[in-house]
Design a protein around this ligand. Structure first.
Ligand code: PEP
Ligand code: MN
Length: 346
């Protein structure tokens, strides 16, 4: 068999000895084996395989229900590897479960008063995760680059004050350790989606990662980027649709809402929608947030600033506290219409 991968679905009640036997056979055929323990059964993802690999023979072993050939180029990200879906846990927050999770906060951490005010406001409205960049990927080297470690310290402090989780962007391999000290979720930004060395590094980190879709990335390229992280052993992965570059210039990006159900169909990973970067305009954030939840998003990431007019970055797409509160109220009935609830909603 030339380069290929299979998923081995074990029978319900397969014993540890049977599973070990199957793993042994797969390893002997040159596969890397990744185990996924679901509620009902164990699934083994086997990637690679040498020339003599004959996965059909695995079906003859005791305790095996079926062997499914994975034809997609991404394997560990494929829905067939974990049909029930992945729930990523950050503190007490579960992303990918029944509840829609809202992450919110300023684009960039600018000052103590700014981030503390934003944390208090988003918490009051029901957000579970505080966002804020300390290292900013800017198109121009002369633009504000973020407060660095001081920004992370302020972000953590503001989040702890409100019992919120923290998501913040890591821009380079050299920053992973620093980010891991302050954040609960590592964000890999759109511009770094194909920074394969960084993907490998966060794949080795023992904490959740949120991978944003690249500005011009196809869904397949995005899922292959996810595969890099999964292949290093990190299963706590969240995807984030943040809009893509198209010929349209009215909006900053074109929010690809259709990517949300596609990701759910193709993968077992939770997906967050970011209508702030997805549109670039504050008055489009609410309608696209509602559309994203209706399309099945597991959460939202929304930029919120005490005074968007004076924001050092992305003021035009940032919501005031009042508009964010309004969005949180409006999202509840939409979530209910698609069988979800919104975490933190009263
Ligand atoms: C951000 O979330 O702050 C950000 C820079 O987003 P993106 O990488 O999607 O542009
Ligand atoms: Mn931003």
């Amino acid at each position: 068999m030339k380069e290929g991968s299979v998923v081995v679905v074990m029978a319900e009640g397969a014993t540890d000895a049977q599973i070990e036997d199957v793993v042994g056979h797969l390893v002997a055929m040159g596969f890397d084996v990744h185990r996924s323990t679901g509620a009902a059964r164990v699934i083994l993802g086997a990637v690679g395989g040498n020339d003599r690999a004959e996965p059909a023979l695995i079906e003859l072993l005791d305790g095996v229900r079926e062997v499914v050939r994975i034809t997609e180029p991404y394997k560990l990200a494929s829905r067939s590897f974990r049909p029930e879906g992945t729930v990523v846990t950050s503190g007490e927050v579960r992303i990918g479960g029944d509840e829609v999770i809202v992450m919110a906060g300023p684009c960039s951490v600018e000052s103590e008063s700014q981030v503390r005010a934003a944390a208090a406001a988003v918490k009051r409205a029901g957000a579970k995760v505080l966002r804020g960049g300390a290292f900013k990927p800017r198109s121009s080297p002369y633009s504000f680059q973020g407060l660095g470690e001081e920004g992370l310290r302020l972000l953590r402090w503001a989040a702890d004050e409100q019992s919120l989780q923290v998501v913040s962007e890591v821009m380079d391999v050299s920053q992973v350790e620093l980010l891991a000290r302050y954040a609960d979720i590592l964000q890999v930004g759109a511009r770094n989606m194909q920074n394969f060395v960084l993907l490998d590094e966060v794949g080795r980190a023992n904490m959740p990662v949120m991978l944003k879709r690249g500005l011009s990335a196809t869904i397949q390229e995005w899922l292959l980027a996810a595969e890099y992280i999964l292949a290093q052993g990190n299963r706590q992965l969240i995807l984030c649709e943040r809009g893509i570059r198209t010929f349209e210039t009215y909006t900053r990006n074109t929010m690809d809402v259709s990517a949300i159900p596609i990701v759910h169909k193709e993968t077992h990973l939770p997906i967050i929608a970011d209508p702030s970067h997805g549109t670039g305009k504050w008055d489009l954030v609410m309608p696209m947030a509602l559309a994203s939840v209706a399309a099945g998003a597991d959460g939202l990431m929304i930029e919120v600033h005490p005074t968007p007019d004076t924001a050092l970055k992305d003021g035009a797409q940032s919501l005031t506290f009042e508009h964010f509160g309004e969005l949180m109220k409006r999202v509840i009935p939409v979530a209910e219409a698609v069988g979800r609830t919104v975490a933190g909603s009263r």
